[in-house]
Design a protein around this ligand. Structure first.
Ligand code: BES
Ligand code: ZN
Ligand code: ZN
Length: 473
């Protein structure tokens, strides 16, 4: 898919016209009969009207005038998704979008929804007929290069992240994840470094090594850096993502149905923060950003780490392992500790960390928490609304940290029966000394039935929110 600016509309082009309800007939593309029809449909409160002319299709989309800005934008994204379904049915591959709504932002929201709906993961489908349709060009009449750049900086990183999440572990093991990240980094102009198992051992990353112990495949630790010539933050912002390419639970084995069968998605946090730094580079944000991605799978086996084990982490502290399925926090902890060397201004991690977070919001939002200043959380919440990748903040009380204390080690990796998402966050907090925000994306990262422009499977949830947050940082 390509985004283009269109300076002149040809008479035989397929058009999407974003319009108000009252001026729907006020256009150069329809005759009197058609205008009458448009007005009658608008009067019936139709939100989308399609007209089949001899040589082209016109699709009118009526924007909302009422509601908050973010509500209007989300409605337009969803309308974009419905229009995509129509284009697919009609086999229309090239389309130009004309904006008669009040703001350019409204067209961008619509186009974002349309474009994000065009994602497909069909590389394993052999029947050519099933993968025939492709939306090729989306042209925006009179768009500025910034608007095109905005769309490209959102859509391609989200597609990249969705591909990573949708790839099964039979393809995407840790070394392959590192390779894919490297490829992306080269394309996006990021600096990249991959620590292999030897380097991870040398660093003393005991959490990653314990989780990796029974794996036939070595772990990786990928470092991506965006450092443009000019940037406004004195110290870097560090993003950390859980890159668990497959989570069986280890010896604390997960049941298969509705649990292990989706666990190729357990590297979605990695996909989100890699997508976010990719997006930041595409948007050429004037910020210094570093992304850290610890990666392994988690398997049972003769060598597997076991409940009862005590491991020494990268920061030298010890952890009593009480459940090998609480592995995400172990690999993230090492990455958070590694991040200290950058003296970051802010650390944000994203992880499919707990089923408890998924139980709170389902796929409707991100559970976040941390010790960063309230004003940073407020900014992030706003970005959540702007992009409709919403956040709900949990309390981060010390009592929840107390629940992670071990009698025989510094911490244990399992809290009690309550507040599982928060105790996991409090565990992680111990490994960082910078202002910290933890994003538990276990709910929205992967969905099992199609949901508008999020699609089905990997969603790339959080990338648009993080890009908006970084832009306004
Ligand atoms: N990867 C899972 C969490 C998860 C659950 C992600 C559902 C996506 C959807 C994580 O490693 C895990 O297994 N967490 C355990 C922790 C528990 C043992 C403390 C959980 O949530 O059950
Ligand atoms: Zn687990
Ligand atoms: Zn996991």
């Amino acid at each position: 898919m390509k985004f283009k600016t269109k300076w002149e509309i040809n008479p035989d082009e397929n058009l999407i016209i974003l319009t108000g309800k009252n001026d729907i007939a006020d256009n150069d593309y329809t005759d009197d009969k058609e205008k009458e029809y448009l007005e009658s449909m608008a009067a019936k409160d139709k939100k989308m009207v399609s007209i089949n002319q001899y040589n082209r299709r016109l699709i009118f989309v009526i924007g909302n005038t009422k509601g908050k800005k973010w509500e209007k934008h989300e409605k337009l994204r969803k309308a974009g998704s419905s229009v995509y379904d129509l284009l697919k049915r009609l086999d229309i591959k090239n389309i130009s979008i004309i904006n008669k709504l009040k703001t350019e932002e409204e067209r961008l929201a619509f186009t974002e929804g349309l474009a994000l709906s065009a994602y497909k993961f069909d590389k394993y489908i052999s029947d050519k007929k099933r993968k025939k349709y492709n939306l090729k060009t989306v042209s925006l009449e009179q768009a500025s290069s910034n608007e095109i750049k905005y769309l490209e900086s959102i859509v391609f990183p989200v597609f990249f992240a969705r591909d990573l999440v949708n790839e099964p572990v039979s393809y995407l093991d840790s070394p392959t994840l590192a390779r894919e990240l490297k490829k992306m980094a080269k394309k996006a102009g990021l600096k990249v470094k991959v620590l292999d198992k030897k380097a991870i051992e040398k660093e003393g990353m005991g959490g990653i090594l314990a989780v990796n112990q029974a794996s036939p495949v070595p772990p990786t630790f990928t470092i991506l850096e965006w450092k443009p010539e000019e940037y406004s933050n004195k110290k870097p912002i560090v993003l950390v993502g859980k890159g668990l390419v497959y989570d069986t639970g280890g010896l604390s084995l997960k049941p298969t149905q509705n649990s292990m069968d989706e666990m190729k998605c357990d590297m979605a946090g990695a996909a989100t923060v890699a997508g976010a730094i990719f997006a930041a580079a595409k948007a050429e944000l004037p910020l210094h950003i570093i992304t850290l991605i610890p990666s392994t799978d988690n398997r049972p086996g003769g060598n597997a780490y076991a409940p009862g084990d005590i491991i020494t982490m990268h920061d030298g502290s010890t952890v009593e392992v009480l459940n090998t399925d609480a592995e995400g926090r172990l690999i993230l902890a090492d990455a958070l500790s590694y991040a200290k060397r950058y003296k970051p201004e802010l650390v944000i991690d994203a992880a499919t960390l707990t089923g408890a977070a998924a139980m709170i919001l389902g796929h409707h939002g991100i559970v976040n928490m941390g010790n960063a200043p309230d004003k940073v959380f407020a900014k992030m919440e706003k970005s959540g609304l702007n992009t409709y990748e919403r956040l709900v903040r949990m309390p981060f009380w010390d009592e929840f940290g107390e629940m992670m204390k071990s009698d025989i080690a510094d911490q244990k990796n399992l809290g009690g029966r309550i507040a599982g998402a928060i105790t996991a966050g409090k565990f992680l907090e111990k490994f960082t000394d910078a202002p910290y925000i933890h994003l538990d994306i276990a709910g929205p990262a992967f969905i099992t039935s199609k949901e508008s422009y999020l699609g089905k499977g990997g969603t790339g949830y959080g990338i648009r929110m993080l890009l908006d947050f970084l832009k306004n940082y």
